[in-house]
Design a protein around this ligand. Structure first.
Ligand code: MTE
Length: 315
């Protein structure tokens, strides 16, 4: 018996449009009162009004303490503790996000406005880092597809490119001499991956706005891919016809590719990807090790996106 079961979502379970529209009316009627708390500029975490969703896993969520203190966010430093310790001066609000490129209605949007426009769902996803550790995180957010629909992608758009903010005065890692990554941090998805219902723009976790170290105020979550695809503190999303590079590919193309789908059968050149260490679980009698699942357990939902592709060549 595997220690945990992959998430299965029947198409019939996906929220019917009528229910979704009802929710929107409900939200418009003022349930978002709590959102005004967000106007407290620079607040680390404010409560969010959320709607439940069908996206869950049968596993214990990783304690909030671990999710918010064991981080990768190189703009704040290389150590896992740096992002929590060194992001206090970062100002996540107000925040503008530009969605441009091959779109009929490109635009620049205020993140607080967007959060009122789209229902904020609770979704618990596994996250598997390419380094071999994993977590189970209760995110709050909305499908990236909702934002893409708003700008009306043109027929020739095939990919989506993402960019993190550049603010060396607030992000000490961006001016550190020990830091060799090029800024801004960038990422990319194929348009069909970006539009997949599992692909989330997260604005919170554990029912509160995102802490700075987790990518405030808005970050990407693509649960079937290695965690590095989850670009944080996004300021630009661009529709394009050219496959975008991502930061880790630029840094080391031998080890990191465009797709980065979680795959226990394709090892990293320097370590195995067959198992993972679940953060917050290891103790005297528990190694915290789990088998890594193909597509991080989301194969039933997304394997069709890669039908006929050589996943070893497209790592
Ligand atoms: N986004 C930016 N801008 N900078 C980063 O260094 N690190 C990535 C990803 N997004 C990173 C980033 C990596 S390697 C991982 S595993 C996840 O964020 C970690 O997300 P978490 O710290 O919220 O768990």
């Amino acid at each position: 018996m595997p220690a945990y079961r992959p998430l299965k979502i029947a198409t019939s379970e996906i929220t019917p449009r009528a229910v979704y529209l009802q929710r929107r009316e409900f939200l418009a009627a003022g349930v978002f009162g709590a959102m005004s708390l967000l106007s407290a500029r620079g607040a680390q975490a404010s409560p969010l009004s959320t709607v439940p969703s069908i996206y869950k896993v049968d596993e214990m969520p990783t304690p909030r303490e671990d999710v918010t203190t064991y981080n990768n966010f190189y703009e704040f430093g290389l150590d896992k503790a740096d992002p929590a310790a060194l992001s206090g001066a970062f100002k996540p609000l107000p925040w503008a996000i530009t969605v441009d490129g091959m779109a009929g209605k490109p635009g620049t949007f205020d993140v607080e406005q967007i959060m009122k426009e789209f229902p904020i769902e609770e979704r618990t996803y596994r996250m598997r880092c390419v380094e071999g550790w994993s977590m189970v995180i209760p995110w709050n957010g909305f499908p990236l597809a909702a934002l893409l629909d708003k700008v009306e992608p043109l027929g020739n758009a095939k990919y989506v490119a993402f960019e993190t903010v550049v603010r060396p005065d607030e992000m000490p890692g961006q001016k550190s001499v020990f830091q060799s990554l090029p800024w801004p941090y960038v990422e990319g998805l194929r348009l069909d991956e970006a539009r997949h219902p599992l692909t989330l723009l997260a604005v919170g976790l554990y029912g509160e706005t995102l802490p700075n170290q987790n990518g405030a105020p808005i970050r990407l979550v693509v649960p079937w891919k290695y965690g590095f695809k989850g670009i944080k503190s996004i300021v630009r999303i661009t529709l394009t016809d050219t496959q975008p590079m991502n930061t880790w590919q630029v840094a080391n193309a031998q080890e990191y590719g465009f797709y980065a789908n979680v795959n226990p059968k394709v090892d990293h050149p320097r370590w195995s990807q067959a198992t993972e260490r679940r953060i917050g679980e290891s103790g005297f009698f528990n190694t915290g090790r789990h088998p890594t699942l193909p597509f991080n357990g989301y194969a039933d939902e997304i394997a069709g996106l890669y039908a006929g592709m050589d996943l070893r060549a497209n790592y």
